[in-house]
Each structure stands twice: as structure tokens, then as C-alpha cells.
Design a protein around this ligand. Structure first.
Ligand SMILES: Cc1cc2nc3c(=O)[nH]c(=O)nc-3n(C[C@H](O)[C@H](O)[C@H](O)COP(=O)(O)O)c2cc1C
Length: 206
């Protein structure tokens, strides 16, 4: 499978970027090919202006050159992956803007749906899993990513993997061990890309 992997992080030396590299290694190990879209390094402009506003009366794709180019990049892929830090219990504005502009009317919804077989979301979370479960932020994010985004654009095989405790302390040894475990999890997530099943049952319980 050819996977378009979209990453959103302002810093190249971030944990998010290390996770991305390990995810790609795992995916390649499983036989996939990967195209990386690094939104910050490519200086993607996330604000939707008039040219990319959906025109409900038109059926052609009439958007700005950048958006048409990104639509073509998406069409080259069989599957999608998105890797980002969780900011305010959601995706960062950069990634939100990419979706606003590129997942546009009559390509991702309207007369068409996305052609992709599956979507893997990986969010890095500062808080612990227990803190998230306590207020059901995990469900909020899973619901938003799997149903609000993936399913809305026609991709029912969708999985959201949250990597917790990115800001927790501990001794240097504990931090190093934790870091390795996060990267290992990213690698396994990449290896499992072609075989994971939909998280839909979790959604049904809401
Ligand atoms: C603007 C902003 C908003 C954040 N919001 C949350 C949040 O809602 N929940 C949370 O657990 N962590 C939150 N964090 C912490 C990030 O998730 C954390 O910095 C990130 O996972 C660390 O990965 P990195 O080193 O690759 O940036 C936020 C951080 C920033 C900068």
C-alpha cells in the first residue's frame, strides 16, 4: 500500500517527528511505500480563504493551485496517516487547516468520498491515560477522528492511537525507557498499518 503520512509539528527535533520516523520505518518494514508531507517544513498555509471556500453550486474542483496539488498528492495514496501533538484535546490548527482546505467539497465529501482504504491517526498526549479517561477526553478524540473526520469522508477503517505521558517527569533512566517504548509503539503501529481493524465498536458504546 502507498501511505501518505502527514505530520504537524513546529520543531524537527520533536518527539512527534521521532515518532513519525519510527512509524515510517515500521510501515516500510511491512512492505508499504510512504510519502511524507511535513506541513511545517513545506510551509503549508492553513488558513482557508475565499478561493478554497466550497461552492455548493459547482461540481468541478476549482480550488487554489496548492489545494489542487495536495488533492493530487492524496489521490496517489491508498491509505493515510496523520501524526501530531494533541493540542487543546484536538488536532493542531496547522493540521485542522490542511483538512479544511484539502478535504474539500466534491473531493472528500459532497458528490465524492475519499478513495483511501484506511486512516491511522497518532496523537501525542501530555497527560496520562488515567487523566484522559477520567474526563473521557480519549472518547472525545476517538469519536472526532474516527467518526467526525474519517467516517464523514467515507473511510470506515480508521484507528486513533494516543501516545500518553509525553510531558511526565522521572529519572533519566525512566525517561529513556519511556522514550524507547513510545518509539517502539510507533514502529509497531507502522507495521500494523495494513491489517488494523476499524475502531467502530468503541464508537458504538458512546
Ligand atoms: C498549545 C498546546 C496545547 C496543548 N494541549 C494539550 C491538551 O489538550 N492535552 C494534553 O494532554 N496535552 C496538551 N499539550 C501538551 C502536548 O500534547 C505535548 O506538548 C506533546 O504531546 C509533546 O510532544 P512533542 O515533544 O512532540 O511536542 C498541549 C501543548 C501545547 C503547546
Amino acid at each position: 500500500m502507498h501511505i501518505l503520512t502527514v505530520v504537524s509539528h513546529p520543531r524537527e527535533d520533536s518527539l512527534t517527528m521521532d515518532v513519525t520516523k519510527r512509524f515510517i520505518e515500521g510501515a516500510k518494514e511491512a512492505g508499504h511505500t510512504v510519502e511524507l508531507l511535513d506541513l511545517y517544513r513545506e510551509e503549508f498555509q492553513p488558513v482557508l480563504f475565499e478561493k478554497d471556500e466550497p461552492d455548493w453550486e459547482r461540481t468541478d474542483l476549482h480550488y487554489s493551485p496548492v489545494v489542487l496539488q495536495e488533492i493530487e498528492r492524496m489521490k496517489r495514496a491508498d491509505g493515510l496517516a496523520f501524526i501530531f501533538p494533541v493540542w487543546w484535546y484536538s488536532i493542531p490548527a496547522m493540521l485542522k487547516g490542511y483538512i479544511d482546505r484539502v478535504w474539500n467539497y466534491n473531493f472528500a465529501y459532497g458528490s465524492e468520498r475519499l478513495p483511501h482504504e484506511r486512516i491511522q491517526w497518532i496523537g501525542l498526549v501530555g497527560a496520562s491515560e488515567q487523566q484522559f479517561e477520567k474526563r473521557q477526553y480519549d472518547r472525545l478524540i476517538h469519536y472526532y477522528l474516527n467518526i467526525g473526520l474519517s467516517q464523514f469522508v467515507g473511510v470506515s477503517t480508521s484507528r486513533a492511537t494516543l501516545l500518553y505521558d509525553t510531558l511526565s517527569g522521572g529519572t533519566e533512566d525512566e525517561r529513556n525507557a519511556w522514550y524507547e517504548s513510545v518509539l517502539e509503539r510507533a514502529y509497531i503501529t507502522g507495521k500494523e498499518y495494513g491489517t488494523f481493524t476499524s475502531e467502530q465498536p468503541l464508537m458504538d458504546r458512546l
